[in-house]
Design a protein around this ligand. Structure first.
Ligand code: TMP
Length: 251
């Protein structure tokens, strides 16, 4: 890994930067301390967030991989960098919801905290200019981003990720309320879990706490101005480390 060098900036998102490397089969992802919400209407710098999300994502990718979920993850380097396989990311935000929260409760009459059995799967069109809109089945089909067979594959993979993550996080006292994943195709056409899995992209509640604000250990602390954002992310890392001590270094 020490011989791998970082090249041109390929893409800058709200929370990460993606760089080419001198290997065509490896790209480097830098996790930033920037926090945004509501399509970047709310912004802040949260010192330490990037390193926490990089490490939490690395550990969760490794755990998912060990359970047969194909991911883009190759390893970490230093505290802010993750090395991943290049993927053609499908511009869909795939959200799995186990418990009602967030936008779901703003868009239909359902009390926050209501269990959703089976889990609810929502697709959003990932495009900031359109405000990442929720898609209907008909619009998803009309967009034709993937074939019907690929869509089935995406549904299956998202639900498998949910099953595995939910079980894993429950072991360390965390309730996986909902989460968003992004998926992509590798050069050889394999569907891979991409992007990140962190408290920026999941809702995580402390199972031992009943207070509806105190139990929040994810980006809702930032969205709702509850304070203690980085501390909450640190607590998530501590718990996740309880199941998997150190992420592998890319070599
Ligand atoms: P929502 O309730 O706001 O639709 O969010 C559902 C889940 O998706 C929640 O875990 C947060 C995550 N999420 C993202 O990762 N990125 C986003 O831009 C949004 C809106 C939600």
């Amino acid at each position: 890994m020490t011989d791998l060098s970082i090249g041109a900036l390929l893409y800058e998102g709200k929370a990460k930067r993606v760089y080419a490397t001198d290997r065509s089969d490896v790209v480097a992802v830098e996790y930033k301390d920037d926090a945004t919400a509501f399509n970047a209407l709310k912004k802040a710098q949260l010192a330490g967030k990037g390193a926490l999300n990089c490490r939490i994502s690395a550990l969760l990718f490794e755990q998912l991989e060990a359970r047969g979920v194909p991911t883009h993850y190759l390893g970490v380097r230093d505290s802010l960098w993750m090395l991943v396989r290049p993927v053609r990311v499908i511009p869909l935000e795939v959200v799995v919801r186990n418990t009602a929260a967030g936008s779901l409760c703003k868009q239909m009459p359902i009390e926050p905290g209501t269990p959703l059995t089976p889990p609810l799967l929502d697709f959003y069109y990932k495009d900031d200019a359109f405000g990442d809109p929720l898609l209907s089945e008909a619009r998803l089909e009309r967009l034709a981003l993937v074939t019907p067979a690929q869509l089935e594959q995406i549904r299956d993979l998202a639900l498998r990720i949910n099953d595995e993550l939910r079980r894993l996080l429950a072991q360390v006292g965390l309730e996986l309320v909902d989460f968003k994943v992004e998926l992509g195709f590798s050069d050889d056409g394999e569907l891979l879990l991409a992007d990140e899995i962190s408290p920026d992209t999941c809702r995580l509640w402390d199972r031992a706490v009943s207070d509806s604000r105190a139990r929040i250990l994810d980006k809702d602390r930032f969205r709702q101005d509850l304070g203690g954002v980085v501390e909450a992310y640190g607590e998530v890392l501590k718990r996740v480390q309880g199941v998997c001590p150190e992420p592998r270094l890319y070599r």
